[in-house]
Design a protein around this ligand. Structure first.
Ligand SMILES: C[S@@+](CC[C@H](N)C(=O)[O-])C[C@H]1O[C@@H](n2cnc3c(N)ncnc32)[C@H](O)[C@@H]1O
Length: 229
């Protein structure tokens, strides 16, 4: 993976999601206000506003960068004409990359993250391909969101009370022919409980064709294809 020009992480004392910052691969830096990074994945460059104020989703997470890089490696038009939905988009990084590859993308997260996603869509001039929407896991899928052909998730397993909610949302969205790319960084033993819930409805395997796996697996990151059991 090409190194982004600038990397940032937040002061763990101020972040309610401390577990995310333990064993992090991002070098520790403190940030107290919004700033803009330029992240390059091979031939795709994204300008990304990060901001601590809306919560943990306001920064770029390592699994998101791994998933973004994998998508770019699939080729410049690999998502051309596909309906793509990103869950727990945070800043929107993965969805923005998907749009650069031709996808028609819905970037979704909880309400506090909507503004930063909108800002990043505008900053990258991707308004014609990206729509930002609130989608709270475990709640009904908003009717305006079309059935996705591709679902992307990065770094969405970290908060145990949300595990059943995320599984419920995947059950609501994933049909037999839906492609689901799920990038995950193992941080705590409790993460296992997410996979115990997930396996009641889904099976998964490593993506078969990623030469970068040896690198990111050293950081306890996995990139999985999910499908219905
Ligand atoms: C660790 S961040 C990852 C953000 C982004 N995917 C990335 O890789 O940079 C997890 C994201 O999941 C979102 N999230 C957590 N619980 C959620 C819920 N119940 N419904 C929707 N999104 C949720 C958070 O708001 C946050 O943006």
């Amino acid at each position: 993976m090409s190194s982004p020009n600038r990397r940032t992480s937040f002061d763990s004392d101020e972040d309610p999601f401390d577990c995310l910052l333990q064993n992090e691969i991002v070098p520790e830096q403190s940030i107290t206000a919004a700033e803009t990074l330029e992240l390059s994945f091979s031939n795709v460059t994204i300008q990304l506003v990060i901001d601590p104020s809306p919560g943990c989703g306001g920064r770029a997470w390592p699994a998101g960068e791994v998933l973004a890089q994998y998508l770019v490696k699939q080729g410049p038009n690999s998502l051309q004409g596909k309906n793509v939905l990103e869950l727990g988009s945070g800043t929107g990084l993965v969805g923005l990359v998907a749009a650069r590859l031709g996808g028609t993308v819905w970037l979704t997260d909880q309400a506090p993250l909507l503004n930063i996603m909108r800002e990043n869509v505008a900053l990258n001039d991707l308004s014609s391909l990206c729509t930002v929407a609130e989608l709270n896991w475990g709640e009904a899928i908003p009717t305006e969101i079309p059935q996705p052909e591709v679902i992307l998730l990065a770094d969405c397993v970290y908060f145990e009370p949300a595990f059943p909610l995320l599984v419920q949302t995947l059950c609501d969205l994933v049909k037999e022919d839906t492609e689901v790319l799920f990038c995950y960084k193992k941080r705590r033993k409790a993460d296992k409980r997410f996979f115990t819930l997930l396996k009641k409805h889904f099976k998964w395997k490593d993506v078969p064709d990623d030469p970068a796996r040896a690198t990111y697996s050293r950081e306890a990151i996995s990139l999985l294809w999910l499908s219905r059991c």
